[in-house]
Design a protein around this ligand. Structure first.
Ligand SMILES: Cc1cc2nc3c(=O)[nH]c(=O)nc-3n(C[C@H](O)[C@H](O)[C@H](O)COP(=O)(O)OP(=O)(O)OC[C@H]3O[C@@H](n4cnc5c(N)ncnc54)[C@H](O)[C@@H]3O)c2cc1C
Length: 370
């Protein structure tokens, strides 16, 4: 008998959501997370309708809705003029909640469902599929021990060690860029996103709950490393000067997909399966959506026989491919542009914001069909 029905490697938002879904169905699930404390890095903020549905399924949708800021829509601007405006219908509603808050909600929910499920400070250093079970080597405080499970889910992020050990190819897809971001205090954050598609590159401005705002700036020369340079660049592009208390965080957007989702009893999920550019805010939502399908596939697989993750993998990778094409498009709209290139780009944005296309554009932005 294996120690657990399912072992999840990685207690990020996607691994935790899957564990909640499985625990709700009575599956014996254990989560091994190398961090020793909660992850309070500032990353995902946007929860799109598929992500909201996944949070509902995991029993935390109502609480997330209570804590989050609900966006009304957004405006795309250039040179002080509004090129396009989109307002979300109730079906398209996007919530804004910092990832550390959603992470905390999911951690608490899992602790209620299965108090001993999460093992913090436990790094998985080896995975061996032995046919009937999968054997993990788990290291904690310098001591290694072996744990067995019927199924192992690798939700260990973009640099997934499990994916590497399985020998699954990690294929780069188009869409990369360098950016800097900062979350700052803001007395009147409002409920609309502003995207400044300026000749020097995009500046994104998102309202956050609790009187804060996130600024994201395209930084192709990678020089926005301190508060002054970051604020000055935003002022030059938009006329607004945010006041930063801490240095901005630089990040590089890239896109990848794994060549396959499952090998025997080991299956990839979330960023371990697909890296999607943060521009467009889809990575965590994609992972959550796929977690619902994976939970169903796991619940269907019966004890002895080898589980079949092919349908799950096809679906998850197809959704990721679509999301990555959308992110690539958003990124290309935000690149530095001048002269004819700028004029053409602004014409495309105006067309997308015009009455016949506006609703479809809002559907694309809010991850419909993924
Ligand atoms: C700036 C930025 C903004 C973003 N904004 C959005 C957004 O608005 N909306 C959106 O949907 N997405 C967004 N994303 C993407 C989102 O943050 C990721 O898609 C999401 O965190 C993926 O979750 P995950 O659980 O798959 O992986 P991760 O969050 O990376 O979690 C993986 C976990 O595995 C653990 N781990 C790794 N190796 C091991 C091991 N060997 N043993 C044990 N544990 C291990 C790690 O410590 C980590 O906790 C953004 C990303 C960035 C960088």
């Amino acid at each position: 008998m294996p120690d657990h029905d399912v072992a999840v490697v990685g207690g990020g938002p996607v691994g935790l959501l899957l564990a909640c879904l499985l625990a709700q169905s009575g599956v014996d699930v254990a989560v091994f997370e190398q961090r020793t404390s909660d992850d309070d890095r500032s990353r995902a903020i946007g929860i799109h309708p598929p992500g909201r549905a996944a949070l509902d399924a995991a029993g935390v949708g109502a609480e997330a809705g209570r804590l989050a800021l609900a966006l009304d829509g957004g405006d795309v601007l250039c040179g002080g003029r509004v090129l396009a405006s989109v307002s979300f219908t109730p079906r398209q509603q996007v919530l804004i909640l910092p990832q550390r808050r959603t992470h905390a909600l999911l951690s608490e929910r899992l602790a209620d469902l299965r108090p001993d499920a999460v093992h913090l400070g436990h790094a998985v250093s080896d995975v061996r599929d032995e046919g009937e079970v999968v054997r993990l080597t788990v290291e904690s405080e310098g001591v290694a021990r072996e744990v067995t499970a019927s199924i192992v889910v690798a939700a260990d992020g973009v640099r997934s060690g499990v994916r590497r050990r399985l020998g699954v190819e990690w294929r780069e897809t188009r869409g990369s860029g360098t950016y800097a971001m900062a979350d700052v205090a803001d007395d009147e954050p409002g409920r609309r996103v502003s995207l400044y598609c300026e000749p020097a590159g995009i500046v994104e401005s998102f309202p956050l709950p609790e009187g804060r705002r996130r600024w994201v700036v395209a930084d192709p020369l990678e020089r926005l490393r301190d508060e002054a340079a970051f604020s000055q660049e935003i002022e030059e592009r938009t006329g607004i000067r945010p006041d930063l208390a801490l240095p901005p965080t630089p990040f590089r957007a890239r896109q990848h997909r794994a060549a396959r989702a499952g090998v025997g009893r080991v299956v990839l999920l979330g960023d371990a399966l697909h890296e999607t550019s943060p521009i467009g805010g889809q990575g965590m939502n994609l992972g959550w959506n796929a977690a619902r399908h994976l939970a169903a596939a796991i619940e269907k697989s019966s004890g002895g026989t080898e589980p079949d993750f092919r349908a799950y993998g096809r679906r998850a990778l197809r959704s990721a491919a679509r999301a990555q094409r959308r992110s690539w498009f958003y990124m290309s709209m935000g690149e530095p542009a001048h002269g004819v290139g700028l004029g053409t780009r602004n014409a495309v944005i105006r067309a997308l914001g015009s009455p016949p296309l506006r609703r479809s554009a809002a559907d694309l932005i809010t991850m419909r069909g993924l």
